[in-house]
Design a protein. Structure first.
Length: 390
């Protein structure tokens, strides 16, 4: 039997993956020749936060060069139609190797850290803006805004958190981040994108081998039916919503005279109020992410609530929910791979390392959020424009 590749496969994605793979092949050769800006080694303080950091630099650079160069013809092979299953399976295996190497082994926790920084800088102001805008449209949201203002006033009276010194410290700390990390996050993010591209090509190839639509995967297994997806998706969503709560609650203790966990003392927070402000921002992001996750099973995850400006009452576009949820799940799963080296830090006890997993349950969080996102997709997807099934 011949596997016929639909028109959707002859897209620009294989070409883009081939181009990015060639770039990393060239970079791998440069690092192999001794360039001192190899980005996948230990961090500046010696922590091995990515599996590649356990390999000698020459070995890691050699693997990047080899897989980068070999990835060019492999990616372009995904453009070809008329593969037999026997010929397709080796390509699928190599695609999986590329996706695992660049998507899971090369990236580090820095991706999650950078995402957290961006969410604090952008997400917190945007969320507050939505609450203020909603307060002008709905009484319930006005009550929420009053509660938030009262909470902020109480925090200011008891801790003096929102003063100029705290914001100045926060600003100077964030301004020093580019100088501290250099260009390393760019190469890590590029590897992540390359791995994600390989993963998409692999999913399409696997669907073709199984005789399914490359775009939507139909006809799918019984558990992908909307009613069944609603059942198992409910529990996956609940677990995903609960995962960030321990971290959020622990961050909230920074408002107390004696903060709990995370290796900080009250004197540290008093000396550097910007750290306390930023930490609370991360806690709010974690708390908000858990609440927003519930939208995958709640009506307001399908119809915009009345208090949302310009969109109130309109259906939530499928991609508007899928893209951020899938991105978050992918980052968490990538971050979970980086947590494995942390468990074997000789200076830390087993109890401390287990505590890290309880505080940062990235494997469980990422997996449950991925399942919740998939269930949301299976419930809401329309008729496929590629195969007309639905």
């Amino acid at each position: 039997m011949t596997v016929t590749t639909p028109a959707t496969r002859t897209s620009r994605l294989p070409v883009a993956v081939a181009a990015l793979s060639l770039l990393y092949g060239v970079l791998g050769v440069i690092w192999l020749l001794g360039a001192d800006w190899y980005p996948f080694g230990p961090s500046t303080d010696g922590d091995k936060v990515t599996p590649l950091a356990f390999l000698p630099e020459q070995v890691g650079a050699g693997l990047v060069a080899l897989l980068g160069v070999l990835g060019v013809p492999a990616a372009l092979s995904h453009l070809r139609t008329g593969w037999t299953p026997t010929a397709y399976r080796p390509l699928l295996t190599f695609t999986a190797v590329e996706a695992i190497f660049f998507g899971l082994l090369a990236p580090s926790m820095s991706l999650v850290v950078i995402a957290g920084y961006l969410l604090v800088l952008v997400g917190v102001p945007v969320a507050l803006g939505f609450v203020v805008a909603g307060a002008l449209r709905q009484q319930t949201t006005r009550a929420l805004l009053l509660v938030l203002l009262g909470f902020a006033a109480a925090v200011q009276l008891t801790t003096g958190l929102f003063d100029w010194k705290a914001f100045q410290g926060l600003g100077s700390g964030l301004a020093s981040v580019p100088e501290r990390v250099g260009s390393q996050p760019l190469f890590v993010f590029g590897a992540f994108l390359l791995g994600a591209g390989w993963a998409v090509l692999g999913v399409r190839a696997l669907r073709n081998v199984r005789g399914r639509c490359a775009r939507c995967g139909r006809p799918g297994a019984r558990w992908t039916q909307p009613e069944l997806a609603r059942r198992w998706g409910f529990w996956a969503t609940v677990v995903a919503a609960l995962c960030p709560m321990p971290y959020a609650l622990l961050r909230m203790t920074w408002l107390l005279p004696s903060p709990i966990g995370l290796g900080v003392q009250a004197s540290d927070l008093e000396a550097q109020p910007g750290i306390r402000l930023f930490g609370l921002g991360l806690g709010l992001i974690a708390l908000t992410s858990g609440i927003v996750t519930l939208g995958l099973i709640r009506p307001w995850g399908e119809i915009w609530p009345r208090w949302v400006p310009f969109l109130a009452g309109q259906p939530v576009a499928l991609k508007a929910a899928l893209i951020p949820a899938a991105t978050a799940a992918t980052l968490l799963l990538v971050g979970s791979v980086s947590l494995v080296p942390m468990l074997w830090v000789p200076e830390e006890s087993l109890l401390t390392n287990v505590g890290h997993l309880l505080l940062f349950p990235f494997p469980l969080w990422g997996a449950s959020l991925a399942l919740a996102t998939a269930a949301y997709y299976y419930r809401r997807r329309d008729r496929c424009t590629g195969c007309a099934q639905g």
